[in-house]
Write a protein that binds this ligand. Structure first.
Ligand code: PLP
Length: 453
């Protein structure tokens, strides 16, 4: 047995891998990764894979980026961790200030200037839900206890976050444990639009789709706003639902309705934030600010687990009191970890120093132009793109399609992780021309191999 086989066997014996039916690994080998550099992951035998999904949507500036490594190493040799209750430190202060500056501002100039930290995306969602509920309790509306969410939403897998997740795949087994959300319709056409070889990248879904969804949202609010604490949305792109994209008009309308009916708006930008949709935050494209902004994933450039909820003076003020019971007593052991904060600060430096949002526009245009070759394949439908996300559906009745495409792409040095029949690219922002070529050719050949079989 080689060292490699031994590692795989030990992993299967003792590591319970996430989002996996472990029995499938009887026929589907794990991939043992040894190191990463830029957009590439290298396995123990030296094969390389283009990380076209940014390691589950977290990586922004490539693996082992020296410009993130160095500040994290410096922080490591200064202060690795201290509890944040009763103590503070420079990285967490600086990060909170900078995020408050960057985050969208409400029309009246209100900032999201108060930062509460967690470790994973789901814990940020928990914080936002609890804060919203507790805000209404503290302000004399204890009846506002329910949460509204979009159909097919995904907000994470802890019980609170799963309660506002609409996707049956994640939710069904635990339904008995979950609170019942008010599910409101998604601003989207019933079925994906027909294939087009000339997609309009800036209009992934038409504005008209927003209208019926807003009518339904208003009806729900009119009926039950006195019992609704918050509406939670994934702004512009529902990632786990299959990179489904909708028009900013919906966000604009939802913001107005939330304000009018006194319902908080929680923007879960865990995936869409940090430049992924072409602006620093997706909410900017609708020129709105939420009451709670949840960030994680790319926040540390994909280095370390960190999440944050940014909120307003109004929310913060409702907890500021002599009474402990009115305080937000939520905590996690690693809240505001200095190493994770230093990775986040290095990530923000990269955005600023390299004018990444602007640079990504031409990078995205080049990738789109090249990827249109895939849109021309007869089985490819609904090719779409927003910012640094591309997606399309593949016409096939093969129930094993996603797994087979994963394997076929891997054999060609591309890491894809299709969601059902939806294939998507979400590459790190440092993908260059040669890697784009590798991605498109590898995906094309893998698709052809799967669809011919
Ligand atoms: C990934 C994700 C989450 C959950 O984040 P974890 O770090 O996996 O807990 C929540 N919401 C959205 C939109 C996500 O994409």
């Amino acid at each position: 047995m080689s060292a490699n086989d031994d590692l795989l066997a030990r992993s299967l014996r003792h590591v319970w891998h996430p989002c996996t039916q472990m029995k499938q690994h009887q026929t589907w080998p794990l991939v043992p990764i040894e190191r990463g550099e830029g957009v590439w992951l290298y396995d123990v035998d030296g094969h390389r894979y283009l990380d076209a999904v940014s390691s589950w949507w977290v990586n922004l500036f490539g693996h082992c980026n020296p410009r993130i490594n160095a500040p994290v190493a410096a922080q490591l040799n200064t202060l690795e961790h201290v509890m944040l209750a009763g103590f503070t430190h420079r990285p967490v202060v600086e990060l909170s200030e900078r995020l408050g500056e960057l985050a969208p501002r409400a029309a009246d100039g209100t900032r999201l200037g108060h930062a509460s930290y967690g470790s994973d995306g789901a814990s940020a969602v928990e914080i936002a839900l609890k804060m919203s509920f507790h805000y209404w309790r503290n302000t004399g509306r204890p009846g506002k206890q329910r949460f509204a969410a979009l159909a097919d939403s995904y907000h994470g897998e802890t019980l609170g976050a799963l309660s506002v997740t609409g996707l049956a795949f994640f939710r069904d087994a635990y339904d008995a444990l979950l609170r019942v959300p008010l599910i409101v319709p998604v601003p989207m056409p019933e079925r994906p639009r027909a294939s087009t070889t000339s997609p309009a990248p800036d209009a992934p879904c038409c504005a008209e789709c927003a209208v019926p969804a807003l009518v339904a949202l208003e009806a729900e609010f009119a009926r039950s706003h006195e019992t609704i604490a918050a509406l939670i949305v994934e702004p512009l792109v529902q990632g786990a639902a299959g990179m489904r994209m909708y028009h900013p008009d919906y966000l604009r309308g939802a913001r107005e309705l939330c304000t009018r009916y006194r319902v908080h708006l929680i923007a879960d930008e865990i995936m869409t934030g940090m430049g992924r949709t072409g602006t620093m935050f997706a909410c900017e494209q609708a020129a709105i600010a939420p009451d709670f902004l949840c960030l994680s994933k790319g926040l540390t450039g994909g280095y370390l687990p960190l999440s944050v909820v940014l909120t307003t003076d109004d929310v913060y003020g409702a907890f500021y009191d002599d009474d402990n019971a009115r305080a937000f007593l939520h905590s996690h052991s690693y809240t505001g970890n200095p190493l994770a904060c230093s990775a986040a600060l290095a990530t923000l430096d990269l955005f600023a120093d390299d004018d990444v949002i602007v640079a990504n526009r031409s990078l995205a245009a080049r990738l789109t132009e090249r990827a249109l070759e895939l849109a021309d394949l007869p089985q490819v439908r609904n090719f779409r793109h927003l910012g640094m996300i591309w997606g399309f559906e593949v016409d096939t009745v093969d129930p094993e399609f996603s797994r087979r495409l994963f394997n076929a792409a891997l054999a060609r040095g591309v890491l894809l992780r299709p969601i059902g029949n939806t294939v998507y690219f979400m590459p790190p922002y440092v993908i260059d021309e040669a890697a784009i070529e590798h991605l498109v050719v590898g995906t094309r050949d893998a698709l052809r191999a799967c669809l011919a079989a």
